[in-house]
Design a protein around this ligand. Structure first.
Ligand SMILES: Cc1cc2nc3c(=O)[nH]c(=O)nc-3n(C[C@H](O)[C@H](O)[C@H](O)COP(=O)(O)OP(=O)(O)OC[C@H]3O[C@@H](n4cnc5c(N)ncnc54)[C@H](O)[C@@H]3O)c2cc1C
Length: 303
């Protein structure tokens, strides 16, 4: 079936593509096939073709919030980072493709004299991934700035979401709930001052470098923030900083991060997540819920 889809898409699929090349954790077994559409038209064709042929589809952005299991991903992976990455400035709004990196988007805003996206400049994902997750940092969240999203269903049908329909909540959105692929978003910003915005971005990036292990492969904060607490602090209080399973380690700099210190497998990370959850629950009674998306299949014994 994937051969037929490949034919339909002009021979542009990469087969048995190692997903560790596409995740910030540098972890993940092979995808049966990976496709990077050049535009919305190709994206629709891929979605429609996959649906007609009964092929499962997984879509990813920059892979910065993903843990792909060691057995990889069956079916088709559609990657949107590195494509659909245009940005148009329209007065105090931006209209941008979902593949644009948040760092690029934030800097385009600043250069256009617009404020409101500084919080996002250091988040290493695409606009699409950030919309799905309602990504946020330093008191800002995507829901503060996004006014409309154009998306596709898995059948390749267009939908437009506005206001309440976007369903934003803490690390949640209607895109996530309805498995929609964002294609483009409109962001409403405010007139600002270039120098002030740049100074804010520099300051936030300094804080990140100081407090987060950004030099090591990771997927950012592993757990959601439990109401009234900080996951990192609970993990630290449970004495788990530096705790290791295989090459997966609870960061010694920020206990909310698990880092890959060499050749960690997804199994190592999942075992460490489970260990952290159990220990924190014993100590505090709080069950930490993963923020990282875990996708794909376990490796089969002997494979
Ligand atoms: C060092 C580091 C620091 C981080 N700091 C932060 C932070 O401060 N705040 C924060 O919120 N996150 C943070 N993250 C996590 C991550 O960068 C964000 O969640 C980001 O928004 C994920 O975007 P992505 O493009 O990498 O998405 P991916 O990881 O590729 O995908 C995440 C989810 O989004 C979906 N998705 C991807 N593209 C689309 C699309 N076009 N339409 C619909 N759904 C889509 C995927 O299917 C998947 O379910 C950090 C990660 C790292 C490694």
């Amino acid at each position: 079936m994937l051969d037929r889809l490949n034919h339909l898409l002009g021979g542009t699929l990469s087969f048995d593509e190692p997903m560790n090349r596409h995740t910030s954790f540098r972890i993940g077994g092979p995808a049966d096939a990976l496709f990077v559409p050049r535009d919305t038209y190709e994206l629709k064709r891929a979605l429609k073709g996959a649906q007609e042929l009964g092929i499962g589809v997984t879509f990813i952005g920059n892979g910065s919030n993903l843990l792909v299991r060691d057995g990889g991903i069956r079916g088709l992976v559609i990657k949107l980072s590195g494509t659909l990455d245009y940005v148009h400035v329209l007065g105090t709004s931006l209209r941008a493709g979902s593949g644009v990196l948040l760092s690029t988007l934030a800097h385009v805003a600043v250069e256009a004299g617009l404020a409101g996206l500084e919080f996002a400049a250091g988040i290493p994902g695409t606009l699409g991934g950030a919309l799905n997750m309602n990504a946020g940092a330093y008191d800002g969240e995507m829901q503060d700035v996004v006014s409309a999203v154009r998306a596709l269903t898995l059948a390749g049908e267009e939908v437009e979401l506005k206001g309440e329909e976007l369903g934003f909540g803490y690390r949640h959105s209607a895109l996530k709930a309805r498995t929609l692929v964002a294609v483009e978003a409109t962001l409403s910003l405010v007139a600002g001052d270039r120098e002030t915005s740049l100074a804010r971005i520099t300051e936030l990036n300094r804080l990140r470098r100081e407090k987060q292990p950004i030099a090591l492969p990771s997927a950012g904060s592993v757990f959601k923030r439990p109401p009234g607490h900080f996951a990192g602090r609970l993990i630290e209080q449970a004495g788990l900083k530096g705790c290791r399973i295989g090459d997966a380690e609870v960061s010694t700099l920020h206990a909310g991060f698990i880092v890959n210190i060499g050749n960690a497998t997804a199994r190592d990370v999942l075992d460490l997540i489970f260990h952290v959850q159990s220990r924190v629950r014993e100590q505090s009674g709080i069950l930490l819920e993963p923020e990282v998306r875990v996708i794909g299949e376990d490796k089969r014994e002997g494979a």
